[in-house]
Design a protein around this ligand. Structure first.
Ligand code: PHE
Length: 456
């Protein structure tokens, strides 16, 4: 569609098929969070104990929040800021939309840096550098690379460029087309890796570790980490689900789409755990390795693994694809805002936002090395963006979304939207539970997390 048309909400671009919607949503949710953060958080917080609490958070808190974002987005058919403006009827609620756009922008800035690292590692895997003769010293190779100046910047820019190129093509022809092709590929690659890892001699201990709870390592901060991870992994509180939902046709069953997205995201996280932990145990490495797990520990394992060069290619291609499909959802939040609120054409919006993201992402990249001494509250730029977006903005964004739906929209409007005008009826008991959670339970839990996070 032409960018001129996209300015008017009557002619907004939209998704074309149910499968396209599901895979775009899943593409947003499945990302570095699943492949990079989930396995090491599981490792640090008592294995299955963490997984159990994570699942409880996902089902009882995150799914209802996701449904709220679906409701706001689809009902308004507008970008995050415009949605609150349209449905909120007063100025105050627009802040919620603005926070979401800001959260998405901050996340994309540091996310692109790790996305850049994934490109570099993917290219290295193509050059068979992760085989025994590849000449890699996993720890020093990684540290030298990320603390450098130009190489990480160039890869970060390459990642941003890939994201921008897909977004310029629009919702149907860009986002939907790419995620529909890439997500099944990602799924197959991850399953192959998980099977390979779980069939290694000595892998059983890793599988047991993942699925047998150790509550002695699980603390109060583990519970906060579980909820925070669930928010991040399901892309909540930063306008991505809301913005994608605004492109969903009125006939679509949004409740079922939200449930399937949540299921697939959790499945991907567990498959990633099964791809990583058994191999880590088979090679006798300690599981709680922090963020270096993916870029240091795994390359060390690939070098020893029979046919490890192939496993490395599969893994780093997966990491890149997962990061890319999430990054496009983050960028679309900003682009939809610029198109609809600042009346820009799509291509101009991409050009303008890209120039800002280049600066922010370069700062994040440099903060790993040359600018590592520039700190605010002991955090460098990368960690600051991560902290502010993941711990503050996303949490506030999610809180405002549930409060908005639970206390601002009428019960009848919520029921109308969630059931697609009665087309997909929802059982009365389920709706009652949902309504209670979004009005009272979810806000109390989120406020608790915010307070705990700010105090801790
Ligand atoms: N859910 C993505 C992941 O797990 C990250 C993300 C967060 C994407 C917020 C969009 C919005 O990596």
């Amino acid at each position: 569609m032409s960018s001129q048309q996209s300015k008017s909400s009557a002619n907004r671009d939209s998704f074309a098929s149910s499968l396209g919607i599901l895979l775009a949503m899943t593409g947003s949710a499945v990302g570095l969070g699943n492949l990079w953060r989930f396995p090491y958080l599981v490792g640090e917080n008592g294995g299955a104990a963490f997984i159990i609490v994570y699942l409880v958070c996902v089902v009882f808190i995150c799914m209802p929040i996701m449904a709220c974002e679906f409701i706001i987005g689809r009902r308004s058919q507008a970008n995050a800021f415009g949605a609150y403006k349209k449905l909120g009827g007063n100025k105050g609620w627009k802040v919620a939309g603005l926070l979401s756009v800001l959260a998405a922008a901050f996340i994309l800035s540091f996310y692109s840096v790790v996305g850049g690292w994934s490109i570099r590692y993917m290219l290295m895997s193509f050059g068979l550098r992760f085989t025994s003769g590849g000449g890699i010293q996993p720890e020093s190779t990684f540290n030298t690379f990320v603390t450098g100046t130009w190489p990480p910047i160039l890869y970060t820019l390459a990642f941003l460029l890939c994201t921008g190129v897909i977004i310029v093509a629009g919702v149907k022809n860009g986002i939907e087309k790419f995620t529909k092709t890439l997500m099944p590929v990602l799924f197959v690659l991850m399953v192959i890796l998980a099977v390979r890892s779980m069939t290694l001699p000595g892998a059983g201990e890793g599988v047991r570790y993942l699925f047998k709870p150790d509550f002695s390592k699980f603390t109060a901060s583990s519970a906060i980490a579980a909820l925070g991870q669930a928010f991040f992994s399901l892309s909540l509180g930063c306008g991505t689900i809301l913005t994608y939902a605004s492109y969903v046709p009125r006939s679509e069953n949004i409740l079922s789409c939200g449930a399937k997205t949540t299921f697939l995201d959790t499945l991907f996280a567990l498959i990633a755990g099964c791809a990583i932990m058994p191999a880590v145990f088979a090679y006798g490495i300690s599981p709680g390795q922090g963020p270096g797990l993916v870029f240091i520990t795994l390359p060390a394992i690939f070098a020893e693994l029979p046919a490890g060069g192939i496993a490395a290619i599969l893994f780093f291609v997966s990491l890149f694809l997962a990061a890319l499909t999430s990054a496009i959802s983050l960028l679309e939040v900003v682009i939809a805002f610029l198109i609809e609120e600042c009346k820009m054409r799509r291509a101009a919006a991409v050009a303008v936002s890209m120039s800002v993201f280049v600066v922010l992402a370069v700062l994040c990249s440099l903060s790993q090395g040359p600018l590592s001494h520039v700190k605010l509250f002991t955090l460098n730029v990368f960690d600051l963006f991560d902290y502010v977006s993941s711990n503050v903005l996303m949490t506030f964004g999610a809180l405002l979304a549930v409060l908005f739906v639970g206390h601002k929209l009428s019960r009848a409007d919520i029921l109308d939207e969630i059931s697609s005008g009665g087309l997909h009826p929802i059982p009365a008991g389920l709706f009652k539970t949902f309504y209670f959670i979004i009005r009272w339970a979810a806000p109390v839990v989120i406020i608790g997390i915010l307070v705990a996070g700010l105090l801790g």
